[in-house]
Design a protein around this ligand. Structure first.
Ligand code: 3PG
Length: 404
């Protein structure tokens, strides 16, 4: 793949699609960035472009714009501020996504300067009408944005599963699209794990619903040596084995599928052997460890201690580990133990030489909660994008990057 290092950047207007779709919070009536991981992750590419004398023109979507009323709270302005703080240099914020003000600001940039323009999804609603010019990849919009610069760098891995005007649309209108460092790193780790893993390769998949993760489980059962399944969806598997699951999460229409997977996968599929069961969905619930059947009126909210030991034994000796999705309701302290134990174990296997990769919002939040994010090999910035990548899908944003 073509990368940012292959481009001539000096004096060039460098269009950079980044994924700055970050959580915001209101502080004293003002919007502020609540978590800047995705901004930090894009800094290497931005700094490189600036160091080479490029004139960086950054843009991203932020949230989802469904009406004019959504716009004020989803402005890129607070993101521009945080970026300036992180870069330690001024960042020009242009409150427009098209037009003379934007064009003039870009033309006034000097070598090594950086500008960011407004939320690309402002184009989804024009004069109060929902037109989805960005989200439906209006070809005129992609062509227009492409016309604003000399070269195009796509570093927005988190958006790679979308075929929108600001990624695929621009790519269709420029001679070449280069990957930024973040995009390269995500492809190296996630792509490397799925396509060419050092073995044994163990995948840990959690989360609430079988229906959300079924394609990932199926793809990874083909590619991994072991697939551990935990979290809410494990109870549909437990039901498929004929266990009583009380009030646990349960997808009746997926039981047959779960039975089939258990039969086909054999020992490759590793399921929990116990659960922390609670009498209500609350941290202060009455709870006990259930081995096998869960009592009537109780629901599984975490994997139990024997499952933790079992999963650790499966992880021992792994050379590649991919983790997506929590093992329980980790937002509640009393049901976070299973998820946190997996996070801790990943630190151990990383220290023993394994490549460990975490993808998806919840498991990423869990490793951050544990404070171990920098002890693992790679924390993906992708939510939906990393899921689709693990499903084995071709992501339009990656497909649109030019070959060398
Ligand atoms: C994400 O956060 O997963 C990406 O930025 C994509 O956002 P979207 O789901 O609103 O397209």
């Amino acid at each position: 793949k073509l990368t940012v290092e292959d481009l001539e950047l000096k004096g060039k207007k460098v269009l950079m699609r980044v994924d700055f779709n970050v959580p915001l919070k209101e502080v004293d009536g003002q919007q502020e960035v609540a978590n800047d991981n995705r901004i930090v992750a894009a800094l290497p590419s931005i700094k490189y472009v600036l160091s080479q004398g490029g004139r960086a023109v950054l843009f991203s979507h932020l949230g989802r714009i469904k009406s004019e009323d959504d716009k004020p709270a989803l402005s890129m302005k607070p993101v521009a501020q945080r970026l300036a703080d992180l870069l330690g240099q001024p960042v020009t914020f242009v409150p427009a996504i098209e037009g003379p003000e934007l064009e003039d600001s870009i033309n006034k940039l000097e070598d090594g300067q950086v500008l960011i323009f407004e939320n690309t999804r402002y184009a989804d609603v024009v004069d109060g009408e929902v037109v989805k010019r960005e989200s439906k990849n209006d070809p005129d919009l992609g062509a227009y944005w492409a016309s604003l610069g000399d070269v195009f760098v796509n570093d927005a891995f988190g958006t790679a599963h979308r075929s929108h005007a600001s990624n695929a649309g621009i790519a269709a209108n420029v001679a070449q699209t280069a990957a930024g460092y973040l995009m390269e790193k995500e492809i190296k780790f996630l792509g490397g794990a799925v396509e060419n893993p050092e073995r044994p390769f163990v995948a840990i998949i959690g989360g609430a619903k079988v229906s959300d993760k079924i394609t990932i489980i199926q793809n990874l059962l083909e590619k991994a040596d072991k697939v551990i399944v935990g979290g809410g969806m494990a109870y549909t598997f437990a039901a498929a084995k004929g266990e009583k699951i009380g009030n646990s999460l349960y997808e009746e229409d997926k039981v047959e599928l779960a039975k089939q997977l258990i039969a086909d996968a054999g020992e490759k599929l590793v399921l929990p052997v116990d659960a922390v069961a609670a009498d209500k969905f609350a941290n202060d619930a009455d709870s006990y460890v259930a081995e096998g059947d869960i009592k009537d009126g109780y629901m599984g909210l975490d994997i139990g201690p024997k499952s933790v030991e079992l999963f650790k034994s499966v992880l021992a000796g792994a050379k590649t580990v991919v983790w997506n999705g929590p093992m329980g309701v980790f937002e509640m302290d009393n049901f976070a133990k299973g998820t946190l134990a997996i996070g801790e174990e990943l630190v151990n296997v990383t220290e023993n030489g394994a490549t460990t990769i975490v993808g998806g919002g919840d498991s990423t939040a869990a490793v951050q909660q544990l404070g171990v994010a920098d002890k693992l090999s790679h924390i993906s910035t992708g939510g939906g994008a990393s899921l689709e990548y693990l499903e084995g899908k071709t992501l339009p944003g990656i497909a649109a990057i030019s070959e060398k």
